[in-house]
Each structure stands twice: as C-alpha cells, then as structure tokens.
Design a protein around this ligand. Structure first.
Ligand SMILES: NC(=O)c1ccc[n+]([C@@H]2O[C@H](COP(=O)([O-])OP(=O)(O)OC[C@H]3O[C@@H](n4cnc5c(N)ncnc54)[C@H](O)[C@@H]3O)[C@@H](O)[C@H]2O)c1
Length: 251
C-alpha cells in the first residue's frame, strides 16, 4: 500500500475527484480527514469508508478557524498530517463582460483562497515533522485558457502559481507541493457546467472531441495521479503541473 500509516486531509472530499481520491487514499492505507460543505454527502462517505479510517468535517473551506481547528484536531487525534489534497472548487461559467464582482470574488475565494488557507494550516505540522506532500487541483485551462469561464480560469492560474511558490519555500523542510491539471472529468461540477449550455449534449460532444482520447476523464483516473504525487513514488517531484487530460493539451 502506497500510503500505509499516513494521515491525509482532503477538501472537497464529498464529491467527484475529491471523493474518488478519498476512497483511493483509504485503499492505499491512509487515514483521512474529509472536509466538505455538503454534510449529507460527507456523512455517506464516512459511513462507506468507516469511522476508523475517515473523520469528517462539515464546513466551508473559507472558514479560517475551521481550517486551523481541523488541523489541530487531526494532530491531536492521529499525531500528524502527511498529505493535503485541495479538491474543493466551483465553476460558475461566464465570460468577463458578464462576470459580476460578487461572482468573481466567490470563485477566486473558494478556488484560490480556499487552497491557500488549507495549505497554510497543514504546513504547520508538515514543517514541524519535516515531511509533507501537498497536491492542489488546477485545470488544463490554467495553462491553455478557456472560453466562457474567466473567473474559473484565472483562479486555476492562481492555484498553479501558489503551488510553485509553496514548493520552493518549503522544499528544505521536507514538503513537496504539486498540482494536477485535470481535463474535463465526469463529476457533478462538469454536469452542471454542461447544463448551462443551450444544448448540453452538443456541448458534451464538443468537449469530448477536444480531448485527443475523445472522451471525458473518470474521477478515479484523476485520483490515481493525485495519489502518485502524494506518495513516496513522487519523492523527487515538486513544483510540477501534471496534466491528466486525455491528451487535451497536446491536441
Ligand atoms: N470535473 C472537471 O471537469 C474538472 C476539470 C478540471 C479541474 N477540476 C477541479 O477539480 C476539483 C474537484 O472538482 P469536481 O469536478 O470533483 O467537483 P464536484 O462539484 O463534484 O466536487 C467539489 C466538491 O467541493 C465541495 N465544495 C465546493 N465549494 C466548497 C466550499 N466553499 N467549502 C467546502 N466544500 C466546498 C462541494 O461540496 C463538492 O463536494 C475542483 O477544484 C475543480 O475545479 C474539475
């Protein structure tokens, strides 16, 4: 098992990529702390994984006190935090001219500030124990740009930049920090995005065709890359952007 004995904190763990990563992390031997604002879905996850393997924390990733308390409680209960995966994210889907300031602020807050806050709190135990692996979730659109989602694309660019800044600042303290760039992946977030199009089926077909593999990714395929970066298999890897995009960026 790749993560035997390790303790992982995962935000956005109740759905999609975060949920698949939570399940794989437990299968690989980790104990996890699953954070999400969807309390019902979180309870279902904890029930499925078992309370000995999964503690759940219902709340908003932007709650600074919650982040601090969660990390402190994790260290008190399980002694350490080895891994952080920041999968909580939102996408509201508008071009710049139609993006209100409230909309912009919400997306930037959840995707960029929410990532920063949980990194900052997890760095406290990680630097003290001189061991940690942080995996953030950006998007292939952070590198390539994308239509009709100015706030989302910008927030993911910020996640990439933050990932590199953290990688360099904490490399001497045993902490690695990398980001995954998923292509379009079959999750509720993608379904909501497609449903905003006038013809959701046509939008799905267009998006699938944009990937060299001609299909969407599965959450489990993104989770496998996240667990690779979190594990000692990636012990010489820090500050990278790993596309897991079915050839989207190459096409
Ligand atoms: N699905 C895709 O096509 C795709 C592609 C590239 C990147 N991503 C990124 O992957 C990550 C996971 O996305 P997903 O597709 O699994 O989405 P999802 O909607 O299935 O899951 C996201 C989870 O984050 C939680 N969340 C959102 N805002 C929160 C907040 N403020 N506080 C606490 N929890 C919050 C939601 O409740 C949900 O459980 C996101 O950062 C997303 O931008 C997704």
């Amino acid at each position: 098992m790749k993560l035997a004995g390790q303790v992982a904190v995962l935000t956005g763990a109740a759905s999609g990529i975060g949920r698949a990563t939570a399940e794989l992390a437990v299968r690989e031997g980790a104990r996890i702390v699953a954070v999400d604002r969807d309390a019902a879905a979180l309870a279902a996850l904890t029930h499925a994984l078992g309370e000995g393997h999964c503690r759940s924390v219902a709340g908003d990733v932007l709650d600074e006190e919650l982040a601090r308390r969660t990390v402190d409680d994790t260290v008190a209960a399980w002694g350490r935090v080895d891994i952080l995966v920041t999968a909580a994210g939102i996408s509201l889907g508008k071009p710049a001219l139609e993006t209100t300031l409230a909309h912009w602020n919400e997306v930037m807050a959840v995707n960029a500030t929410g990532t920063f806050l949980w990194i900052r709190e997890c760095l406290r135990p990680m630097t003290a124990q001189k061991h940690g692996a942080i995996v953030t979730i950006a998007s292939q659109l952070a590198r390539a740009g994308g239509r009709n989602n100015a706030s989302y694309v910008t927030s993911k660019g910020a996640v990439v930049a933050l990932t590199k800044a953290v990688a360099l600042d904490y490399v001497d303290q045993g902490v690695r920090c990398n980001t995954v760039l998923p292509g379009a992946t079959e999750t509720p977030l993608l379904r909501r995005s497609l449903n905003r199009a006038p013809d959701a089926n046509a939008a799905a077909a267009r998006s699938q065709a944009r990937h060299a593999m001609g299909r969407f990714g599965k959450p489990e395929e993104i989770a496998a890359a996240i667990i690779y970066l979190a594990s000692s298999d990636a012990s010489f890897v820090t500050g990278i952007e790993l596309p897991v995009d079915g050839g989207w960026l190459a096409a």
